[in-house]
Write a protein that binds this ligand. Structure first.
Ligand SMILES: CC(C)(COP(=O)(O)OP(=O)(O)OC[C@H]1O[C@@H](n2cnc3c(N)ncnc32)[C@H](O)[C@@H]1OP(=O)(O)O)[C@@H](O)C(=O)NCCC(=O)NCCS
Length: 150
């Protein structure tokens, strides 16, 4: 049975995160973007470890009562094992403890895995931003969960 742990981002995790990020995102975050999350005043950023190895990460910014999901990714060989759902649940639980009552995010319209993940967590698409992503002009879906307590 694999041991799954969620822990706060630390600087020594960033190289492994960057490897996952380059594979997971067509417009990957820079190293500096992750460094900024180390001490973000309104952010929570967690790393998932499976048997000690970094398997994914995700973050949220809390803006008054809104939890904005900033990024989430799981290493390809660790996908479909419930890790992203576990990570999202922990991020949202911690965000609620810091005053968030609702949550929002943007996702590429063609990212079926992510859309299904968010729908399974109570998010619904409330708007589309046309050609939002500059790398391929893909639409963004704007998703909201208006009631995290539900
Ligand atoms: C999206 C992503 C984070 C999902 O991670 P994951 O750990 O595989 O997801 P989970 O195993 O927790 O899946 C939870 C639910 O999401 C949905 N889901 C996840 N992957 C899916 C897929 N490939 N196809 C359809 N539904 C999927 C399912 O509803 C799943 O529940 P189920 O397994 O009980 O059916 C992962 O595919 C990833 O890292 N993708 C690249 C980065 C990315 O797109 N991030 C989101 C940016 S907005």
């Amino acid at each position: 049975m694999a041991i799954v742990r969620l822990e706060a981002l630390s600087s020594d995790a960033i190289p492994a995160i960057l490897e996952i990020e380059r594979d997971a995102n067509t417009a990957p975050w820079s190293e500096q973007a992750f460094v900024n999350e180390l001490d973000h005043p309104h952010g929570i950023f967690l790393v998932v470890r499976v048997d000690g190895e970094i398997a994914g990460y995700g973050g949220v910014w809390i803006v008054v009562d809104e939890a904005h999901i900033t990024t989430i990714a799981i290493r390809p060989e660790n996908r479909r094992q419930g890790l992203a759902r576990k990570l999202m649940n922990e991020l949202l639980t911690r965000a609620q403890k810091q005053g968030a009552t609702c949550s929002t995010l943007e996702v590429r319209a063609g990212n079926e895995a992510a859309v299904k993940l968010y729908e399974s967590l109570g998010y619904r698409t409330i708007a589309t931003r046309r050609a939002y992503y500059p790398d391929n002009r893909e639409d963004a879906l704007v998703m909201w969960n208006y009631d995290l307590a539900a």
